[in-house]
Design a binder for this molecule. Structure first.
Ligand SMILES: [Zn+2]
Length: 450
């Protein structure tokens, strides 16, 4: 694209106006949902509505404002106040809320309110049927479990901190306090992978005998997901850490879901030996020329019968040759275990589903950590506010991903996500939203996603 064309195209990019249009298209009732939450504040002393504060927190995330102070400085403009007023619907709004006001509110608000808000958003996306064709085997929604560290401190931060002892280079032992979170992300399409559930990995109190861990958090998270989405057909995915029989039993027997985990010899040794044994006796199916790399797949169903296990364990693998920068060839291998039977017809889709999770691990959280939102930045030392900040980031991320999937400029202008969020900030600060924009935002339109 020519420089001039590029400038013309950039002019059409309306930034925050388009963001509001996409948000309104998918969630007409978002404002009402925010206002319906249980307001924890004393109603006689409040200046700002929950929608004022909620939208401001969403804007903080999508405009890439990492600290509360940075947000206060950048959002202190007439145009920002006007746009926020339009979003929140509070006609009496005359000032941007101060970050202390937001933090005070988030210290009091129950995180369940934001979880419920997210549930309403996810449910309406699923009901919209727009993403149905991306379900695994046309039936199952893929839900991916993934844990990540959030904060680490040298001193105790709160009573729920996880604690570890680390050997320092000088031989001394040092205690470290940290917080971790387990996310369940639902795959709506290749580029829309959003938060379905969150479980904080934390200790109930100080000095517990056994620290909370990812598997325990996963069990709590699965229970919540079943409660929130009782009839949703789900295939749970995760890395080898989750390939434990107790997890498989939970998925199959208790929740009637399917599973697809990365298989590692170290995690399921007997199963791996059984599979190798079947393969060596020509009992496994082999198919060549699959996927982009034209690699080779191999699979055997019901390996549990040989391994003497109770749960259904179908094993499949994929390998291809690749050349390194130095010109050396090496083989890349993947192996998975699933309750879904593998066939000649579905093997390619199963491989893509299994590998898809790499994308999430590498892009999803990285984006949240280093690029766009800096989830590791501590906005408040209060642990309730910390959870709410985290959940608001997930909610903002849903809106951001839909906006990115819709955005025709990003691809054409080869914009990075970071540039997109600074573009949103620029337009939020600089653009006076007109009557015409308002009717564009609220008009009923069809929104095409990539
Ligand atoms: Zn803590």
């Amino acid at each position: 694209m020519r420089k001039r064309e590029k400038r013309e195209r950039k002019k059409q990019d309306r930034g925050i106006v388009d963001f509001m249009m996409v948000t309104n298209h998918f969630f007409h009732a978002l404002r009402e949902w925010i206002l319906e939450m249980d307001d924890p504040r004393n109603q006689s002393y409040i200046t700002y509505t929950q929608a004022d504060l909620g939208y401001m927190a969403i804007l903080k995330n999508v405009c890439g404002q990492h600290s509360m102070r940075e947000m206060d400085d950048n959002f202190n403009k007439e145009t920002c106040i006007d746009t926020l007023r339009l979003m929140s619907g509070n006609r009496e709004l005359t000032e941007m809320p101060h970050y202390d006001t937001l933090n005070y509110y988030l210290e009091k608000l129950s995180p369940d309110c934001l979880s419920d808000l997210r549930k309403k958003m996810v449910t309406s996306l699923i009901r919209g049927k727009q993403f149905n064709r991306n379900r695994l085997l046309r039936k199952y929604w893929r839900v991916i479990l993934d844990g990540t560290g959030l904060f680490c401190f040298k001193e105790k931060h709160c009573d729920n901190c996880l604690c570890t002892e680390k050997q320092m280079p000088d031989g001394k032992k040092m205690k470290l306090y940290y917080h971790k979170v387990l996310e369940a992300k639902i795959v709506l399409s290749d580029n829309v992978v959003i938060s379905l559930g969150t479980e904080f990995i934390e200790n109930e109190k100080e000095d517990v005998e056994k620290q909370d861990c990812e598997i325990n958090a996963a069990k709590r998270l699965l229970e919540k997901i079943k409660k929130d989405y009782p009839r949703l057909p789900i295939c749970i995915q995760g890395d080898a850490l989750y390939a434990a029989e107790s997890m498989m039993e939970l998925c199959r027997e208790r929740y009637h879901w399917e599973y697809l985990f990365t298989q590692k010899e170290t995690r399921q040794k007997v199963l791996d030996e059984s599979y190798e044994w079947i393969k060596s006796g020509d009992g496994a199916e082999k198919i060549k020329g699959l996927c982009e790399e034209k690699g080779t797949a191999c699979y055997a169903n019901h390996v549990e019968e040989v391994a003497g296990k109770k749960e259904v364990m179908n094993v499949f693998e994929y390998e291809y040759e690749t050349e390194s920068k130095e010109g050396k060839t090496h083989t890349v291998r993947f192996r998975w275990i699933s309750s879904l039977e593998v066939t000649k017809r579905n093997i390619e889709e199963m491989i893509l589903a299994g590998r898809g999770r790499w994308k999430i691990e590498n892009e999803g959280f990285n984006n949240q950590k280093n690029g766009l939102y800096r989830i590791e930045h501590l906005n408040s030392h209060n642990s309730n506010a910390m959870k709410n900040h985290y959940l608001l980031t997930q909610i903002a991320d849903i809106l951001m991903q839909l906006y990115l999937a819709w955005n025709p400029y990003i691809k054409e202008l080869k914009q990075t996500i970071k540039n997109t969020s600074s573009g949103l900030l620029e337009s939020f600060r600089g653009l006076a939203v007109t009557e015409e924009d308002v009717s564009y935002i609220f008009r009923y339109t069809t929104v095409y996603l990539e």
